[in-house]
Design a protein around this ligand. Structure first.
Ligand code: FAD
Length: 318
């Protein structure tokens, strides 16, 4: 079922969903099951699975030369989606990115997903390749998420890259990313917002937000979207802070601010790992409750390595 249908059918009852990362190459599906099994009691209608492009490394060859090679450390997004649908009987939302794909490869990926019965896709640009300052699209690939979105919208209309008569119309529900605190590369919030509006106008069915720790940023973002005529669901994404180090890494990696009250709460217990995690859990629990009280249709949790914390939060909120 489509994400949009799940939200409609909930009829105001708040839903919960989770995002998982494919495991590092060499691990089995069990590592995904270890994350999801404990969370399935909360009955998520769908699970997101991230996509990770190749990274380049220099490998020492037998003759002593170093050669640049591309390695995908976390392959398996499409297979994991199929396995999740099969094991848990819930919908999967694969993330599809522009980076590393030609438009033909994107089309093939969309065809595979359609054959597998995947009905939802989060259309993203992807970040810059590790070690590169800027994002560069693949030669013959899409430069922005909107271009990938438009390709998928076209396939929903039976329009493929090569013209063909009576082509099958896919029926994807298409999500895009939104940034309550602005995307890190954007010169200002207005410019970023203009491009978000363009994605909505191009046929996005829902927006999934970057993580945020200050609910007011989400409320203002939703208000601005509605004022601009963006009327699709806006799914808030939350991640509990679980380590002291994240006070430094999260703002840098995701271009977000951490509220002073949260930082102070963590600083107070900085030498106690368990207490830091509890401070993060309390914050995220309060955030979740306030979002629901103010009409958020669903809370989407970035589980990353915080399954224990997410489970505690979900137990207190749902
Ligand atoms: P875009 O919408 O293309 O925006 C990127 C930048 O370009 C923004 O600054 C925007 O303002 C600007 N822009 C947009 N359209 C145009 C245009 N037409 N012309 C000029 N400028 C434009 N990354 C992964 O690699 N894998 C994942 O699985 C993944 N999952 C994510 C899930 C969520 C919910 C979120 C919020 C992000 C995720 N990301 C993931 C990270 C994401 O790929 C990065 O944030 C990336 O830098 C931007 O992606 P986007 O889809 O927002 O790109």
């Amino acid at each position: 079922m489509k994400v949009s249908e799940h939200l409609q059918r909930a009829n105001g009852r708040p839903l919960i969903s989770f995002e998982v990362l494919p495991p590092l190459k060499g691990k089995s599906f069990q590592s995904i099951a270890d994350v999801l099994d404990p969370l399935m009691e909360f009955k998520p209608p769908f699970i997101n699975v991230t996509y990770h492009r190749a990274e380049t490394h220099f490998k020492k060859m037998s003759d002593g030369r170093f050669e640049e090679i591309a390695v995908r450390k976390r392959p398996g997004t499409v297979g994991i989606c199929a396995a999740i649908m099969n094991r848990y009987k819930v919908d999967a939302v694969p993330h599809l990115i522009c980076g590393g794909f030609t438009v033909e490869e994107t089309e093939d990926a969309l065809i595979d997903l359609d054959f597998l019965g995947v009905e939802n896709i989060l259309c993203l640009r992807g970040d810059a390749m590790k070690g590169q300052a800027n994002f560069y699209p693949e030669k013959g690939g899409h430069p922005h998420a909107i271009d990938l979105l438009k390709q998928a919208v076209n396939m929903n209309r039976g329009i493929y890259l090569e013209e063909s008569q009576d082509a099958w119309r896919t029926n994807f529900c298409l999500g895009v990313a939104g940034y309550p605190e602005k995307h890190g590369e954007s010169p200002n919030a207005e410019v970023d917002f203009k491009y978000l509006k363009a994605k909505a106008d191009a046929g996005a069915d829902f927006i999934m937000t970057q993580m945020f720790f200050d609910n007011q940023k989400y409320f203002d973002f939703v208000k601005n979207c509605r004022a601009a005529g963006i009327n699709i669901p806006i799914i808030p994404g939350l991640k509990p802070l679980t380590t002291y180090r994240q006070l430094m890494t999260l703002p840098k990696a995701f271009s977000i601010d951490l509220p002073a009250d949260l930082v102070n709460a963590v600083e107070k217990v900085k030498h106690n790992e368990e207490a830091i995690m509890q401070a993060g859990i309390e914050w995220c629990t309060a955030q979740s409750k306030e979002l629901i009280a103010n009409g958020a249709p669903i809370i989407h949790y970035y589980t990353m390595s915080s399954v224990k914390a997410v489970k505690q939060i979900a137990s207190q909120v749902f």
